[in-house]
Write a protein that binds this ligand. Structure first.
Ligand SMILES: NC(=O)c1ccc[n+]([C@@H]2O[C@H](COP(=O)([O-])OP(=O)(O)OC[C@H]3O[C@@H](n4cnc5c(N)ncnc54)[C@H](O)[C@@H]3O)[C@@H](O)[C@H]2O)c1
Length: 412
């Protein structure tokens, strides 16, 4: 028997995930929840969902859906709401999938408090938490993870990651902020959201660090122990940055495996530094990965080795396979509306943020069904957020090296 799952937040991003969650073979029943009746109507009235959706499973607030007999919720609401909503869901006996980040707030002490609270809630309730970080399921990350598992990097030496999203990029951050602010929002009545005292601090691009840090952390299975951050303050008087301490921050880290790491979170820099705006590069003593190229010299001991081999990889070569029935189900989503006879002849190409979306859905559904922690669980997610928090705090002190808090690995 498959799981039952409710989608909470059917805005721009949640809309993209609804057909995937509905179509996964491990899901038997879906429910829809949004405060906005127009967002709900798009799904409730769509015949595509009818085989797994009963209109009785329509909810107009998170408080309502928390009372429903569902196994899990996927929470894809505005970024400042995720953590309290996830805690409330787990308290009500539901596994949760959260859109990134864990929470976005200008006060990084509060961000770390919420990471702690989510971990404690997982421990107390036994519920599973997954952060839906797209970078972890990009082809490059899957390939590097396989190489790391086989020891092909040798000893990790250095990693760098970046998320360069200029405020006026094609996906314009002014428009995104205005649209999210215009959408309704609420945290459940059961959760007390208490702000720390004092005036609200100014924000930072490091409140959304998950795209840039997750590649290096996930591949190296390591975490930051020391952080140093340096910030750039907007100099044009742009009102978008009025409530931001920095528009760009660079973080430097000493990692738990002895490697060094550099992370850039930039909102005021057009274009990209490497081949992608959202990417990472990793060097080991025996293997190095950059963009789509893998170098390897098989060094294991002291002394001369032949020059490295160089291989350029396609996304298909880098991706992990999905089970055949899952690929088939997602192929029907990709080619929705076409006749069956035509779909049978077509291929499936994973799409959405480097093809990560189908993998995110598959990981969450299988983790719940198998009663295990997802790869990006509450403990791993806290490591992503802590790297951002400590780089920002260090930048406020002009680059003073600071310890990075850590909650350890997910138990068993
Ligand atoms: N690469 C990525 O991983 C990526 C990309 C885009 C967006 N996101 C994340 O996805 C999230 C959603 O972004 P979006 O652009 O879709 O936002 P959005 O404003 O379009 O959608 C949010 C929806 O949540 C609903 N909502 C809020 N509170 C609710 C409640 N209590 N009960 C029910 N519904 C509620 C709103 O009505 C709205 O429809 C953000 O947190 C963002 O960070 C991640």
């Amino acid at each position: 028997m498959g799981i039952s799952l409710g989608l909470v937040g059917l805005g721009s991003f949640g809309s993209v995930f609804a057909p995937l969650f509905k179509s996964h073979p491990g899901v038997d029943r879906v429910a829809f929840c949004d405060l906005n009746p127009a967002s709900l109507a798009k799904f409730v009235n769509d015949p595509f969902f009818r085989d797994k959706f009963d209109p009785k499973d329509t909810y107009t607030s998170l408080d309502d859906i928390l009372a429903a007999d569902l196994d899990a919720l996927a929470i894809i609401t505005q970024p400042r709401l995720h953590a309290p909503q996830c805690v409330a869901a787990m308290e009500c006996g539901k596994h949760v999938y959260s859109a990134v980040p864990v929470i976005s707030l200008p006060d990084f002490d509060e961000v770390l408090d919420w990471c702690d609270r989510i971990i404690r809630t997982c421990e107390k309730t036994g519920m599973r938490y997954m952060l839906g970080e797209t970078t972890v399921y990009r082809p490059e990350t899957m390939f590097c993870r396989r190489m790391a598992d086989r020891g092909e990097f040798g000893t990790f030496v250095y990693a760098e990651g970046e998320y360069i999203h200029d405020v006026d990029a094609e996906c314009n951050l002014r428009d995104v902020a205005a649209s999210r602010a215009a959408n309704p929002s609420a945290v459940p009545q059961s959760v007390v959201v208490k702000r720390r005292s004092g005036p609200e601090p100014k924000g930072s691009p490091m409140s959304y660090p998950t795209h840039s840090v997750s590649g290096p952390l996930h591949v190296m299975r390591s975490h930051a122990v020391k952080a140093c951050g340096l910030g750039y303050r907007n100099r044009t008087g742009d009102p978008y940055f009025a409530k931001q301490q920095f528009s760009n921050v660079v973080g430097f880290y000493r990692m738990s495996n002895g490697a060094t790491c550099r992370i850039c979170e930039f909102r005021e820099a057009p274009g990209q530094l490497g081949n992608e705006s959202e990417t990472f590069r990793i060097a080991g003593t025996a293997g190095t990965f950059s963009n789509d190229v893998w170098w390897r010299n098989r060094r294991v001991t002291a002394g001369r080795v032949p020059p490295p081999t160089r291989k350029t990889l396609t996304p298909e070569e880098m991706r992990d396979p999905l089970p055949a029935e899952v690929r088939d189900a997602f192929k029907r989503v990709e080619h929705r509306g076409k006749p069956e006879s035509e779909i049978a002849k077509l291929d499936f190409t994973p799409t959405g943020h480097g093809g990560s979306h189908p993998y995110l859905v598959h990981e969450f559904v299988t983790a719940v069904a198998e009663n295990r922690h997802p790869a990006v669980n509450a403990w791993e997610a806290a490591r992503y957020m802590a790297m951002g928090a400590m780089a920002h705090k260090s930048a406020l002190r002009d680059g003073e090296w600071l310890d990075v808090p850590d909650w350890g690995d997910a138990p068993g």
